[in-house]
Design a protein around this ligand. Structure first.
Ligand SMILES: Nc1ncnc2c1ncn2[C@@H]1O[C@H](COP(=O)(O)OP(=O)(O)OP(=O)(O)O)[C@@H](O)[C@H]1O
Length: 215
């Protein structure tokens, strides 16, 4: 039986009084990677914001199954370059969703953080300040932070943009692993390899979502 993690019903949302989503409807199921495609400006980031709970819809319904907040990995360009944080602190913040901000982390949290750093191959960067990293390294750290949340729903906004072949492969691998753990994964992307690797492809066009056949 497939479990629905989140459902959108006739959602309208946008910016400055202009709707970008015009009745968007979807459900995301556990154990599947869904690629969200669409032209620049079609509203993919807006849709992810609605699903993440950071962008309130103007109308329609967003229904999350389960108590957990989704994990949201924003576009790298949406994260200020000069955040005064190390890589380790950044990934540890992923555990706040479970423990609450500034609470003391437990041994299992430290183990989860170490595992996420390894999975994205950034453990050797743990002590480095985020702003000293290359764009691709920073992107991998943001994905590691998303994984550290261990949420049932993982949302990623163009995680592979600007990454080299190895880093793209690492991200593709972790998305498949998350899927195999029963998580629902939604990845907004322009990358053909990410689209090919998805179980399902949704296209956003004219404010509406439509299903495309995954290859
Ligand atoms: N903060 C904002 N204020 C005003 N308009 C915005 C804002 N953010 C996005 N928009 C507008 O909303 C529309 C959808 O933008 P969005 O970033 O959701 O598209 P996208 O599909 O993610 O684009 P891309 O592929 O370029 O990342 C665009 O027309 C954009 O100009």
């Amino acid at each position: 039986m497939t479990t629905t993690r989140v459902r959108l019903d006739a959602v309208h949302a946008g910016h400055d009084g202009t709707d970008v989503l015009c009745g968007a409807t979807l459900d995301l199921r556990a154990g599947a990677v869904t690629a969200l495609v669409g032209d620049n400006g079609s509203g993919k980031s807006t849709l992810l914001g609605v699903l993440a709970g950071t962008h309130p819809p103007r109308a329609g319904r967003v229904q999350h199954e389960g108590p957990q907040r989704p994990a949201f990995v924003p576009q790298r360009s949406a994260v200020p370059d000069a955040l005064p944080l190390t890589v380790l602190q950044t990934v540890r913040m992923g555990r706040w969703a479970r423990r609450g901000a500034w609470r003391r982390l437990r041994r299992e949290d430290h183990e989860a953080v170490a595992h996420c750093l390894d999975r994205l191959d950034v453990a050797d960067l743990a002590g480095r300040a985020l702003h000293t990293l290359s764009g691709g390294q920073r992107q991998r750290v943001l994905v590691a932070q998303g994984l550290a949340q261990e949420a049932d729903l993982l949302l990623l906004d163009e995680p592979s943009t600007g990454l080299d072949t190895d880093a793209r492969a690492a991200i593709a691998r972790v998305l498949t692993e998350e899927r195999d753990r029963g998580r629902a994964v939604l990845v907004a992307t322009h990358a053909a390899d990410e689209v090919r690797g998805a179980d399902r492809v949704l296209r956003l066009h004219g404010g509406h979502l439509s299903e495309e056949t995954a290859s």
